[in-house]
Design a protein around this ligand. Structure first.
Ligand code: HEM
Length: 119
């Protein structure tokens, strides 16, 4: 009888441990990239990142920290750098000369997303 109680409580214990572990693994955390990407950034905060060494841009409602990408950007620095710290959707959509960026460019953006733009 005692052995049976001992055996079933041991099994139940490990089922509980496993359940907690799986629950923890599959539940999205409250910190990390997903939560950071939803951080609200206003125009004043955006404007504090207006240099090539620290370059944030708001494009279509999201904010991107593209500092690391700037040296790889195919245009002359003088074309893209003035948009650091600013709402740059129109510049992004036209490349300042009427042609939109490619899908490849669009696909790069999520990597640099740091928050939502709340002007
Ligand atoms: C918002 C300010 C920006 C301006 C004014 C701008 C402007 C330009 C210009 C003038 C070119 C030159 C070559 C061409 O005419 O195709 C270009 C190309 C490119 N840009 Fe930007 N850019 C901006 C932001 C960005 C951002 C934030 C990304 C991605 C993180 C990006 C990714 C690219 C890529 C991948 C190309 C190669 C051509 C293409 O895929 O369309 N640009 N951009």
């Amino acid at each position: 009888m005692m052995r049976k109680v001992f055996f079933s409580s041991t099994v139940l214990f490990w089922i509980a441990v496993l359940g907690l572990w799986i629950g923890n693994v599959i539940t999205p955390g409250t910190s990390g990239p997903a939560a950071a990407a939803d951080r609200e950034i206003d125009a004043a905060e955006l404007a504090r990142h207006a240099s090539p060494e620290d370059c944030w841009m708001a494009i279509h409602g999201a904010v991107f920290d593209i500092t690391a990408y700037l040296p790889d950007h195919p245009s002359r620095p003088s074309i893209i750098e003035p948009w650091c710290g600013k709402e740059a959707s129109s510049a992004y959509d036209t490349k300042t000369k009427g042609r939109s960026h490619s899908r490849d460019a669009d696909a790069l953006l999520p990597k640099y997303r740091i928050g939502v733009f709340k002007p």
